[in-house]
Design a protein around this ligand. Structure first.
Ligand code: ARG
Length: 456
């Protein structure tokens, strides 16, 4: 097939080169944005009298017909036409003849592809922002529902101090809040109109870029034509924000896998979100969580892949940049599907308050509270730490919990220890007393929930 750019070529493209270099097999996904961008471009060309109005009308009609054909599945994308842009332009010319050949006036595929990617990512970022918000919502309502459940908080995966389950869950809310901030920020730099940079230096036609930006609802127009066609920062930023989001989803997945284990039994995952083993009948495997954790690696890979593609490219456009598509698309798909499935699963997770509570009783979780008790009675913290350490060792050697030691025995460790110590070694007291801003006391956690819920 004769290529749209074949003018200066004597030979046809090698078959292997066609399939080697085509991108339509994956960039066809940009068709909607390609048509939207072309319509805005053509409106501008006609308004600026760069092409006759009647040609513009024909072009728009043709593009809308092509849109309908693609939507209904009738349109045939052809590998020999390389990419989505040329497939659509070729179909337009075939449909309306010479007028179709005017669509590419004052435009290059270099600024066209930048526009398509920006329109595409802008929309997907919007969707992802909504999905994150939806996930935050189920986390907060679960935190609200389980406000009385106390569990061990961990450091080094060792029982450390008692915390509210709600406080632990809300930690994920905060991570996701930062994720939303990152996507929002990335959106502001994605939402810049690139068309008009043409191949790299701008165009001699009297185009009106601001008008195109208004039509396509871009709040800004890019400043430098060379930068415009060589910039993929916005895609890198998007995958970077996605990588951090995936880190958070993966950590949650990992915790739930651990909590769901026979060893912990802190949660029970809903049947509908687990799978059986083909050989071991007793198994209920947390595959959704494992796949979320596993797919995090893909997104990280895409980030490194695109950074590497871009790192040594001389300005301006280079074909290497076509390699931004698959990483970007797969990142979008992965992120959306992971949040969606986790959001559906989360409200159905059963939290085992008894197992969590029992786990707070052993492991000397209130040892820090004893030390702080002694400090409040006048002992320097380092000494209090060492006295408490001796108490813990004493209990540990005898295989008993702090609460089982008894006041009289406790008093032997320091004359500063009084009867009121029994109150301070309770996990409930420990949680209740964590009143420093951001701490785990029920009052603070409740007020955080209230504040979150009052936001729109
Ligand atoms: N398919 C190309 C890409 O994704 C479109 C731009 C092609 N430009 C060019 N000069 N070959 O980057």
């Amino acid at each position: 097939m004769k290529k749209l750019w074949a003018g200066r070529f004597k030979e046809e493209t090698e078959k292997t080169v066609e399939s080697f270099s085509e991108s339509v097999s994956f960039d066809a996904r940009l068709w909607k944005y390609d048509i939207e961008g072309s319509i805005a471009h053509v409106k501008m060309l006609s308004r600026q009298k760069i092409i006759p109005q009647k040609d513009a009308a024909l072009i728009m009609k043709g593009l809308l017909e092509i849109e309908a054909e693609i939507q209904s599945g009738k349109f045939k994308f052809r590998e020999s036409l390389e990419d989505v842009h040329m497939n659509i332009e070729y179909a337009l010319i075939k449909k309306i003849g010479d007028a179709g050949g005017k669509i590419h006036t004052a435009r290059s595929r270099n600024d066209q592809v930048a526009l398509d990617m920006r329109l595409y990512l802008r929309e997907e970022i919007g969707t992802i922002l909504k999905l994150i918000k939806g996930f935050q919502k189920v986390i907060v309502s679960s935190a609200d529902k389980h406000i009385d459940v106390i569990m061990p908080g961990y450091t080094h995966l060792q029982r450390a101090q008692p915390v509210l389950l709600s406080h632990h869950l809300l930690a994920y809310y905060e991570m996701l809040e930062r994720d939303r901030g990152r996507f929002d920020d990335c959106l502001s730099r994605t939402n810049v109109m690139p068309l008009g940079a043409a191949a790299l230096s701008g165009t001699t036609f009297p185009i009106d870029r601001k008008y195109v930006a208004r039509l396509l609802k871009f709040p800004a127009v890019s400043e430098n034509s060379i930068d415009t066609v060589s910039d993929r920062d916005f895609v890198i930023e998007f995958i970077s924000a996605s990588s951090i989001l995936m880190t958070h989803l993966s950590r949650l997945a990992e915790e739930f896998i651990i909590w769901n284990s026979e060893e912990f039994r802190f949660i029970e995952l809903p049947d509908a979100f687990t799978t059986g083993s083909s050989i071991m009948p007793q198994k209920k495997n947390p595959d959704v969580l494992e796949l979320t954790r596993g797919r995090t690696g893909r997104v990280y890979g895409h980030l490194v892949s695109l950074l590497t593609v871009m790192k040594a490219l001389p300005l301006a456009y280079n074909r290497d940049m076509q390699e931004d598509k698959e990483p970007a698309f797969d990142t979008v798909d992965t992120v959306k599907s992971c949040i969606t499935v986790l959001t559906r699963m989360f409200p159905k997770v059963r939290f085992n308050r008894k197992a969590m509570n029992e786990a707070t009783l052993s492991g000397f979780l209130t040892a820090t509270d004893i030390a702080e008790y002694l400090v409040k009675k006048g002992m320097p913290f380092r000494e209090a730490h060492s006295v408490t350490g001796r108490i813990v060792k004493h209990c540990s050697d005898r295989n008993i919990a702090l609460a089982e030691l008894g006041i009289d025995n406790l008093k032997k460790f320091s004359k500063l220890i009084g009867r009121d110590i029994s109150h301070h070694i309770k996990v409930e007291t420990s949680v209740h007393e964590k009143k420093s801003y951001g701490g785990t006391s029920k009052k603070l956690v409740q007020s955080r929930i209230k504040k979150i819920k009052s936001r729109k």
